[in-house]
Each structure stands twice: as C-alpha cells, then as structure tokens.
Design a protein around this ligand. Structure first.
Ligand code: NAD
Length: 473
C-alpha cells in the first residue's frame, strides 16, 4: 500500500463509499447515482485591480446530489483549490446533511485565491463577481443552492454575496435565504459563527460518555482533564479548542501554519488567540514552548487530536507517528483513506468529518429556516415563557413557604434567547446523530471503522429518498 501513490481526497471519499456499499443492500445503479457529482460548474472570470490590470480568476460550484433541495455547502477560498477537491467536499456535504437530518442535497464552492494575501478590495470584487456568475447560471437561490462560509471565507464574504443576490433579485421575499453564515444584522442567526466548533465539542462529549468505548481505548468517561491537540486556529479550530477547554480539557498544543506551541498543563485558548492577533503568530506565547515544526503537534501523545485546518494532514508519511487515542476530524478529510485504515487497525477511534463537523450546516439550516419564516427564533415565545415561569415561581414559593432571592427568580424565569434555542437544537442534533452512527458501528462487530458506519447510515438515508421518489423513467 505504501509504495503506491496515495488516493486523492476525492478518491478517498469514493473508496469509503465503495467500502460501505458492501454492507448495504442497494441496486448498483442507484449507488452509482448517489456517488457521482450531478452538476459541476467551472468558471473563469476577469476582475480589474486598483492598478487597472485585469486578472483572470478560476472558481467552481459543484452540486453533488439533488435528492433534496436546495443543495448546500460552503465556499472555500484557497490558492490550492481544484475541481476534484470541490467534488470531494460536495460529496461529503450530501452525506453530512443526511447524517444530521438536514433536508438538503450536498454542494460546495471554491475560488482559487489566497484570502490572506489579497486586498479586501480584490476579495470583494472577486466574491461579487463569483456570486453574479452563480446567479446567471441558476446556481444560487434559497430553493436552489445555498452557499455558506468555509476555509478562507466568513461572515464578510457572505454579506457581499447576499447583497449581490438581492441587487439582482430585488423584492424576492425569501432572498435572504440564498446564503447562510451571514452577519446577524443581515439575516444571520445567533450562534452560526461558533457552530462548527461547538458541534465538535458536543460530539466529543457524546463520544466520551460511552464507558465500554472509552475502556477499550484505555480512557475514562467524560472530557474533564483529557489532553487535546488542535491543528488550525481558524474558525473551526478556535471554537473547538475554546469549548474543549470550557469542558475541562487541557489543550496542550495548538498548531498553525507558522508553527506550533506546547504546554503540558494546558493553554488558555483566548489568550493564545489574542497573542496571535497582536503579534501575527502563535509562536513565542508566554508560558509555552515552540515546537520545531508545526506538523510535530500532530505527533504528540494526547487523548484527543483535533485536526481543524485542511485535508490530508495525516497520511502514510506520518501515520506511524500518530499517538492520539481519539481523532476528531473537525476539518474535512484531514486523514487520508490509507492512513484511516492503519489507524483503525491500531485501535485509534476516528470520529469522521462528515459527522463531527456537521454543526455548521445544522445551524445554517436553522438560519435558512429563520430567513424563510422572517422572524427571529424565540421572538414569539420568550416573554410568554418568562411570564409563565414567574407564575410558577410564585406558586412554588407559596407551596414551600420559601422566598427566592432576585438572582434565583431571574434564573427560574429566564425565557430562551435565539442563541439558546440554536445551541440546544445543535446539541440535540449532534447527540442523536452519534447514537445512530455508533449503533451502526457496533453492528459491524469490528469489521469496519466509524467512518464506514457513517457512510452506511448516510447512503441508506439518501438511497431511501431516491427509492421513495422513484427514478424518472
Ligand atoms: P479558516 O480559514 O477559518 O481556518 C483554517 C486555519 O487553518 C487558518 O487559520 C490557517 O492558517 C490554518 N492552517 C492552514 N494550513 C495549516 C497547516 N498546515 N497547519 C496548521 N494550520 C493550518 O477555515 P475554517 O472555516 O476553520 O475551516 C477549517 C476546516 O474545517 C476546513 O477543512 C473546512 O472545510 C472545515 N469546515 C468548516 C466549516 C465552517 O463552518 N467554517 C464547517 C465544516 C467544516
């Protein structure tokens, strides 16, 4: 295996689809339809810089499956993007949505650009031009295809996209639902920015709650005191690390592209984040040691390794040096297919990307629902619940003869804010999905890893949709 060239990210997704299909009773043609990417849009467009020079940009939008509509998936801004990578990411989106019962087909976008190096002016022009190309080709719209942030993009880019969409579709009532991950003031939902990292921590809390699974890894249940290494301090990595620290974990190492830092007693995530903001680097953080290379962090002994940067970070080149007991794939495709197989044989528990990072699309779904319903979550119920809770408090005081102090009354009465509802919906989604995937994994009786189990669950759900709809003659 090691002498051959490793499978690409896209081939790796295909490898696991094929592997899972051996445990599924489904017609071959249907499996093939599920596996392929339905629509692949490759774009080239010109953008004029402030120096008056024209530059040609390359971009993609891939819609993997239309078994549910709209299709959904982020837009990656990366100078390394290519068609295959976007196809792999779009495929994962279909399976991811199926796993967490989000009623979308999978899609993904990519723009070949380094968002760290370009000026804000160029980024805005490229984003708006990309959005207008999608509009022209019918590749965006609240009922068609709904992008979101991914690597290299965030709220700012989503705001440019919604503004461009609305300029071309003036008066479209549900137009705000054409993209998710928007700023809250522009139709976004509270909690979306942190959602993927929060989902990672909710998922790991669930994983660490099963005593027999933890025993098999030589671990105790619960996250308190567990050692964690995080690669990537971007959106997903920062929030994953922050919430793991809040759960009582010791985040002993963080890696960024400029290097990695280590402290056996745990790093304070917010302080590291502020240090990087102020100095431009995570290195030389007070109270931590710099590691020789960024990639050294991946090879540290730890209970949980969270790769939250990019794909193919653990491959045949470094898999033998991995010492983590659990790997939470916060990024998409961070462990190659070959490396996954080796880690499975070594008894490492990999919590697959298509489940563990599904918090982003789950809360994007909530945002889309909010846009279609035109009302903030909790707006109708909050006051009603607070009044009702106060009545209960009065009753309780009367029955017990005990008075609550002001703080107790406030806590008792509190009605839900939008962010509370979003986070509880996310927690419930991550917990339920894990129970289903874990059950499938257990049914495999050691024949396959949790990634294969997740593929089996997802393929069965997508296949069942197709079977119920029937295939157009
Ligand atoms: P981001 O751009 O906010 O952050 C990525 C970080 O990784 C950056 O800080 C970058 O400098 C760092 N990085 C890049 N290469 C590195 C390397 N070799 N070593 C260490 N650090 C490195 O991107 P993000 O939104 O956090 O996405 C990260 C991953 O999570 C991607 O695989 C993405 O597809 C996946 N993901 C993101 C979301 C989301 O909601 N943003 C949802 C699901 C999955």
């Amino acid at each position: 295996m090691s002498e051959k060239k490793e499978l690409s990210f896209f081939e790796g997704v295909g490898y696991y689809t094929d592997k899972a299909s051996k445990f599924i009773n489904m017609e071959e043609g249907l499996l093939e339809q599920i596996k392929v990417c339905n629509n692949v849009l490759r774009l080239k467009f010109p953008v004029k810089g402030n120096d008056g020079k024209v530059r040609v940009f390359e971009a993609y939008r891939v819609q993997h499956s239309h078994h549910r509509m709209p299709t959904k998936g982020g837009i990656r801004y990366s100078e390394h993007i290519d068609q295959e990578e976007v196809m792999a990411l779009a495929s994962l989106m279909t399976y991811k949505c199926a796993l967490v019962d989000v009623p979308f087909g999978g899609a993904k976008g990519g723009i070949k650009i380094d968002s760290k190096k370009e000026s804000v002016d160029i980024l805005e022009k490229v984003t708006r031009r990309y959005a207008s190309e999608l509009i022209k080709k019918n590749f965006i719209g609240p009922g068609l295809d709904v992008p979101a942030p991914d690597y290299g993009s965030g709220e700012r880019e989503m705001a440019w996209i919604v503004d461009t969409y609305m300029a071309f579709n003036n008066g479209e009532l549900d137009g705000l639902g054409c993209v998710t991950g928007k700023p809250v003031s522009l139709g976004g939902v509270a909690g979306r920015t942190a959602a993927t990292g929060r989902g990672v921590s909710y998922a790991l809390k669930e994983v660490f709650s099963f005593e027999d699974d933890m025993k098999a890894l030589g671990l105790t249940t619960g996250l308190e005191g567990k050692t964690v290494v995080v690669q990537g301090l971007g959106n997903v990595g920062y929030y994953s690390a922050l919430f793991m620290q809040q759960y009582g974990c010791k985040v002993v190492s963080i890696a960024e592209y400029e290097g990695a830092i280590f402290n056996e007693n745990g790093l304070d995530i917010e302080s590291v984040f502020q240090h990087r903001k102020a100095t431009g680097s995570i290195l030389n953080f007070a109270g931590a040691t710099n590691l020789a290379k960024s990639s050294d962090a991946l090879e540290l002994p730890c209970d949980i390794l969270i790769p939250a940067a990019l794909e193919n970070q653990i491959t045949m080149a470094n898999v033998e040096n991995i010492k983590a007991k659990v790997i939470g794939e916060a990024a998409n495709g961070p462990v190659s297919a070959e490396a996954s197989e080796i880690l499975f044989k070594k008894g490492v528990l990999i919590i697959p990307d298509m489940y563990i990072n599904a918090g982003g699309v789950t809360v994007s779904y909530f945002e889309w629902l909010k846009n279609l319903s035109h009302v903030r979550f909790g707006r109708m119920q909050k006051k009603h619940e607070e009044d009702h809770n106060l009545e209960l408090a009065n009753l309780l005081e009367k029955m017990t003869g005990k008075k609550m102090d002001d703080l107790e009354r406030k806590l008792f009465a509190k009605g839900p804010e939008e962010v509370d509802l979003v986070n509880s919906g996310l927690a419930d989604t991550m917990a339920k999905a894990y129970v289903t995937i874990r059950q499938q994994w257990k049914e495999g009786n050691g024949q396959y890893d949790m990634r294969t189990a997740a593929f089996i669950v997802a393929l069965n759900k997508v296949g069942s949709d197709y079977e119920q709809m029937g295939i157009w003659p």
